[in-house]
Design a protein around this ligand. Structure first.
Ligand code: PLP
Length: 360
């Protein structure tokens, strides 16, 4: 039976990438060593790190005045590192609250500065992306933080806010590399790797270089972007195997037409599921405002907890795995990141159709 894994994160990786990693596991390129066993300062791993960074820069068209940092601690550590590094003597930062992940970022930032919640979708249970013209931005804020894709709620911004001179900070953990972004519109982009990049344990930060180097000197060395920027992410031992795996994923992306091509496939994949939901005469329900529906995470229910449980059980028997919704959301959630093939989404859509015909 073919297995399709719809986990939200850690999530499916491209099959070819896993096969290549297996082929190279014991002996990378004739060195007689596994990548896991290599010194991070040796020429072999240095070449892997350099290629990984170059490929990421090419895929995202990252300009030279941006640093790419390969860190640890997850997106969650960035919730604190961002205010600690980017406040630059200012007293407040602007945050947009669109769900569980924005809320976590906000709660952490409140330890370090005044947080202005400049827009929120709390009034309709975090089911939409607040229109830019409603944002109450402060021109003196240190930065503006938002979550372009709320992984749990399934709300994705189809547009990038223009915050003028105030640096825009984006938690792209669950939609980085899934659609083209113009990096120059951002002061800082960050993402945990385990959704759209590679295994857990690696965290990417892309930061404009003028924003680096303003942190309080008492900040722990490892939490200062300058430490990592000045040392090419090699101040201490970086997550070497995760960087290698990310590098294989970047090469796979390049071979498959890059981010622009990924976007086309992601649009087609998401359409299969949303069309199925919309054509089900209300059997399936997705709570998200249509224009703000995520291409990466599709939450849905049958509006009946027992029927949802039955759906999940039967889906699993078909090899459609890890579709259970987040514990805070319930129902189902199909995460369909870059590495999820169209065939997997088609298999899910077919099963949804069949289940609705039997139970509807
Ligand atoms: C998964 C996720 C996080 C948390 O990432 P960790 O790497 O587990 O810290 C934060 N933000 C978003 C949008 C996520 O999807």
């Amino acid at each position: 039976m073919t297995i399709f894994n719809f986990a939200a994160g850690p999530a499916v990786l491209p099959h070819e990438v896993l096969e290549q990693a297996r082929a190279e596991l014991l002996d990378w390129h004739g060195t007689g060593m596994s990548v896991m066993e290599m010194s991070h300062r040796g020429k072999e791993f240095m070449s892997i790190a350099a290629q990984t960074e170059a490929d990421l820069r090419e895929l995202m068209n990252i300009p030279p005045n941006y640093k790419t940092l390969f860190l640890q601690g997850g997106a969650t550590l960035q919730f604190s590192m961002i205010p600690l590094n980017l406040l630059r003597g200012k007293l407040s930062a602007d945050y947009v609250n669109t769900g569980i992940w924005s809320k976590k970022a906000i709660d952490e930032a409140k330890k370090f500065c005044n947080v202005n919640e400049v827009a929120s979708s709390a009034d309709r249970n975090f089911s939409y992306a607040p229109e830019f013209k409603s944002w109450k931005l402060d021109k003196d804020a240190a930065f503006v933080h938002y979550t372009p894709n709320e992984t749990i709620g399934g709300v994705e911004f189809g547009w990038v806010p223009d915050t003028g001179k105030v640096p825009l900070v984006a938690d792209m953990s669950s939609n980085i590399l899934s659609r083209p972004y113009d990096v120059t519109q951002f002061g800082l982009i960050y993402a945990g790797a385990q959704k759209n990049i590679g295994p857990a344990g690696l965290t990417l930060v892309i930061v404009r270089d003028d924003l680096v180097g303003h942190a309080d000197p008492r900040l722990p060395t490892m939490m200062n972007y300058k430490t990592h920027a000045d040392n090419d992410s090699m101040y201490n031992t970086p997550p070497t195997y995760g960087m290698y795996m990310a590098g294989l994923v970047f090469q796979w992306l390049k071979k498959n037409g890059g981010v622009a091509q990924m976007e086309q496939v992601n649009i087609a994949k998401a359409k299969l599921l949303y069309d199925m939901i919309d054509a089900s005469n209300g059997f399936y329900h997705c709570p998200v405002n249509k224009p703000d529906r995520s291409r990466m995470n599709v939450p849905f229910t049958t509006r009946d907890a027992a029927r949802d449980a039955d759906f999940l059980k039967q889906a699993e028997a078909r090899g459609l795995l890890q579709l259970k919704g987040h514990k805070l959301a319930g129902g189902m959630r199909a995460s369909i990141y870059n590495a999820m093939p169209l065939a997997g989404v088609q298999a899910l859509a077919d099963f949804m159709g069949e289940f609705a015909r039997r139970k509807g």
